[in-house]
Design a binder for this molecule. Structure first.
Ligand code: ASP
Length: 326
């Protein structure tokens, strides 16, 4: 009997890749890991453990669920599995990949993938994505890169990638950087390496609610004031441009920041918030003077996850500021 060269653990969590037509129209979670793996032709020497963790649409995956995924991956690695693949809904895939990067750091390969088209649809992309993800997870070149996202034959770093289209199959991008590798004719080619260090965090206790409010033309003070007594742990504002809000919202933000941390991020989607460019009322300098925390390189959804994890560990405002400045 030939000795398996590489053992990979597949963790199914739901998403379109695992969905089938539901009564009354549309698709809903249906397949587990066995069905996902059925019919795949794996490279010689790869053995695949199959695990069903959940069968959820990805909007319902919680940070506690992501911790469950991270713990299951760590347990698999501890018993000698060489790589892990997580199938996941695409809607929040970038957030789970980012949270896994915070929880697991860099170690053996972890590859998150999904599909834009369910199994029954013409041109279903799940089998191709899953096959390529398993190849990446089985490739020693993926060691030490931190969790990766495989989509459309592209390999993305977990902290850079995001969903950029709601329906086309090529739905993920790491702009303004780029994918760090590709799977071509079945072979993994890395063009870049992820050298960015990320903080290490895990779920401590209860995860507090941290809403994200999007600013725009003339953010109203009432929008911020609505959170004055709300049971939330912090508020992230996806500010305009480099992290700005209307002058008339500043006082309400200041007041809320006396009670809970308020974090200013940017709604732009690419590029960090500014720190020392603009000095008018509602600018990043004005907000910093008032003690509002700056999200730096983290997108609003990432700032939210970092804040939720930090608060679940009981970290204070100063520690949170350091994390956001990481
Ligand atoms: N709504 C699905 C989900 O995120 C979309 C997908 O998987 O592509 O679960």
């Amino acid at each position: 009997m030939t000795q398996p060269r590489c053992s990979i653990a597949l963790f199914a969590t739901g998403g379109t890749i695992a969905m089938a037509p539901a009564d009354g129209g549309g698709v809903a979670p249906s397949h587990g890991a066995d069905a996902l793996a059925a019919g795949l032709s794996l490279d010689a020497g790869i053995t695949l453990e199959r695990h069903d963790l959940f069968a959820k649409p990805s909007a319902s995956i919680s940070l506690a669920d992501v911790q469950t995924i991270a713990d299951a991956i760590e347990a698999a690695f501890a018993r000698g599995v060489e790589g892990a693949v997580v199938t996941h809904g695409t809607d929040t895939l970038e957030e789970t990949a980012f949270a896994l990067a915070l929880m697991l750091g860099r170690g053996k390969p972890v590859v998150v993938t999904g599909a834009m088209r369910s199994a029954g649809e013409a041109g279903a992309d799940g089998p191709a994505n899953l096959t390529a993800a398993i190849r990446v997870a089985a490739n020693p070149a993926a060691n030490g890169q931190g969790p990766l996202v495989l989509f459309g034959q592209e390999v993305h770093a977990a902290h850079l990638v995001r969903k950029v289209h709601s329906s086309r199959p090529h739905a993920f991008s790491s702009e303004p950087f780029g994918p760090i590798g590709h799977v071509v004719e079945g072979h993994l080619r890395f063009e870049l390496a992820t050298i960015a260090d990320l903080p290490r965090l895990s779920v401590g206790g209860a995860v507090p609610a941290v809403p994200v409010v999007q600013a725009g033309l003339d953010l109203e003070p009432e929008t911020i004031g609505a959170f004055a007594n709300a049971p939330i742990g912090a508020l992230v504002i996806a500010g305009v441009g480099g992290g700005h809000v209307s002058a008339r919202a500043v006082e309400a933000i200041d007041r809320l920041n006396d009670r809970i941390p308020v974090i200013i991020a940017s709604r732009v989607g690419m590029g960090a918030t500014l720190r020392e460019s603009y000095a008018y009322d509602g600018s990043e300098i004005d907000l910093a003077r008032r003690g509002i925390l700056n999200a730096g390189r983290w997108r609003p959804a990432q700032a939210r996850l970092l804040t939720q994890l930090a608060l679940s560990q009981g970290q204070d405002r100063a520690a949170l500021a350091d994390l956001l400045a990481f």
